[in-house]
Design a protein around this ligand. Structure first.
Ligand code: NG6
Ligand code: CA
Length: 496
């Protein structure tokens, strides 16, 4: 670009004050779960409004088909499969992001932002052998957040308490918390021994510690006054998220609002019960939409809608039975959680990682729909560009600056992306190659089609978005070229 180009971009950067960034990250929401993505059995008016006033992406991806690796990639800009120990973590796992790293929140701190995380963390806490009764660190505060109010791991894992900054919230010192994975603590009741104590039965796993009438993964005792009430969780997080916005409305702020909805156990507040015909899974979608609406109202009330970039996405594709008997399977009706995509959470098929992504920023984004290929690991380099921070050479090895695609001035996204489930897949334009991978074709617990295959598979996801016609046998050269390209991304240790 010549002198004029330089001038134009310099003007643009100088003109625009740094946007506030609110990143709403839902759990297990599938490509077809919102009415703005085609759902008809559930209405999501707030998300639909966001989509109508923003840019709705049709080929956006979480980096992985489960939670921890997707969050790791989004925070670091590095494909999680490059690192051991980034799979779904137990609730007592140590922090898997090294303090001092150039993370998404640390980068925004450098840009002058106040940064906060409210909701699900699931990236580990402490440096091993964590004492939940003491100071809990390192955690989000050591990797770039100024404020944290957390669900430490998942709703279905112990410990079932909130952590604010370095402390368990509401802990009574006389009733210390003990957490253990692997074997029970003394003769505490468990879902396995005491099903009569449960208000919701497990369908697979989830038969350990009982908290609030729900058995979980892992064992815990004590901390009685600090235990969360699942039905209030969305309210608690939303209140914290709104408070953070109210407190920081006068400075650029970054809020990472990671909801528990719609992960299991699905126990939405009673005011959402029965709002859909789909049981708790559908009602949890309505609750999630309410949370989004409250955040939108807070931005309006504070008069900061215009220069706030609000994004919505999900950490992996959908799952119907993820371990509790909650009626989700029976009451699904004609609803398609992954829309027209095949597979879902855990799967190599597109349903595993292709998720909703909506971005609204009235000052910069023209409403519309974008087919640009984009991954959540790209948020690091993209937000760095939008906020004027230079990316160090060794930061975000798989994070691409897609700021033009994000604001909609370009319809071009990535040329390739690696999707991660049990195996790796490589997308290049419309083509998708799934590496050979072994295992059952269908996960017997969740009933998910896994995308298993003794040989590599090849699909044209534009002509055949449901991945029904494997073209590998007729196009061996393309399969070999894509496998080669994937191997290079893997072996190089970076792709940016
Ligand atoms: C699985 C759990 C599932 C869910 C998932 C993590 C069993 C049998 N299944 O191991 O219920 O918790 O982990 O979900 O325990 S995620 O969205 O955080 O990745
Ligand atoms: Ca998830």
């Amino acid at each position: 670009r010549g002198f004029l180009g330089l001038c134009a971009s310099a003007l643009r950067a100088a003109d625009a004050p740094k946007p506030n960034i609110v990143l709403i990250y839902a759990d297990d929401i599938g490509y077809g779960d919102l009415s703005c993505y085609g759902a008809t059995k559930v209405k999501t008016p707030n998300l639909d409004k966001l989509a109508a006033k923003g840019l709705r992406f049709t080929d956006a991806h979480s980096s992985s088909a489960t939670c921890t690796p997707s969050r790791y990639s989004m925070m670091t800009g590095e494909y999680a499969w490059r690192r051991k120990g980034t799979g779904v973590l137990p609730g007592d796992a140590r922090l898997i992001i090294e303090p001092g790293r150039f993370t998404l929140p640390a980068m925004l701190q450098k840009a002058g932002y106040k940064t906060g995380v409210v909701g699900k963390w699931h990236l580990g806490l402490g440096d091993g052998d964590i004492d939940w009764n003491g100071e809990i660190k390192p955690g989000p505060l050591e990797v770039g957040f100024d404020y944290a109010f957390l669900l430490p791991a998942t709703g279905d894992r112990v410990p079932c308490v909130y952590v604010e900054n370095h402390q368990v919230v509401g802990l009574d010192r006389a009733d210390p918390i003990r957490v253990q994975y692997g074997k029970p603590i003394g003769d505490e009741p468990t879902g396995k021994k005491n099903p009569e104590k449960l208000k919701m039965q497990p369908s697979h796993g989830h038969d350990m510690a009982i908290v609030n009438g729900v058995s979980r993964i892992g064992y815990m005792t004590g901390g009685t006054k600090a235990l969360w009430v699942d039905e209030d969780m969305a309210d608690v997080f939303t209140r914290k998220a709104v408070t953070f916005i109210d407190q920081h409305k006068r400075e650029p702020f970054f809020l990472f609002f990671a909801t528990h909805d719609i992960h299991v156990p699905r126990l939405p507040h009673k005011r959402f019960a029965g709002k859909t015909t789909m049981g708790p899974r559908g009602d949890a979608i309505v609750e999630l939409d309410w949370c989004v609406g409250e955040v939108m109202k807070a931005l309006e009330r504070n008069g900061i809608v215009q220069n706030t970039l609000i994004m919505f996405s999900s950490d992996n594709g959908p799952v119907v039975d993820d371990g509790y008997v909650d009626g989700a399977v029976e009451k699904l009706g004609g609803h398609k959680p992954a829309g027209g995509l095949r597979g879902g959470k855990y799967s190599n098929f597109e349903g595993g990682t292709r998720v909703p992504l909506i971005a609204r920023w009235p000052a910069r984004i023209k409403p519309g729909v974008s087919g640009a290929l984009i991954g959540q690991q790209d948020f690091l380099a993209t937000f760095a560009k939008l906020t004027g921070v230079a990316m160090p050479d060794d930061a975000g090895p798989d994070s691409f600056d897609l700021s033009d695609a994000l604001v909609g001035v370009s319809s071009k996204g990535r040329t390739h992306i690696v999707e991660h489930a049990r195996a790796l897949s490589y997308r290049e334009g419309n083509w998708k190659m799934i590496e050979a991978n072994a295992g059952p074709a269908v996960n017997p617990n969740t009933n998910t089609e896994m995308g298993t295959g003794a040989a590599a598979q090849l699909y044209d996801v534009a002509a055949d978005p449901g991945e029904t016609r494997d073209l590998a046998a007729s196009q061996p050269a393309r399969v070999a070229a894509m496998q080669g390209a994937l191997n290079r991304v893997r072996e190089n240790g970076w792709s940016r």
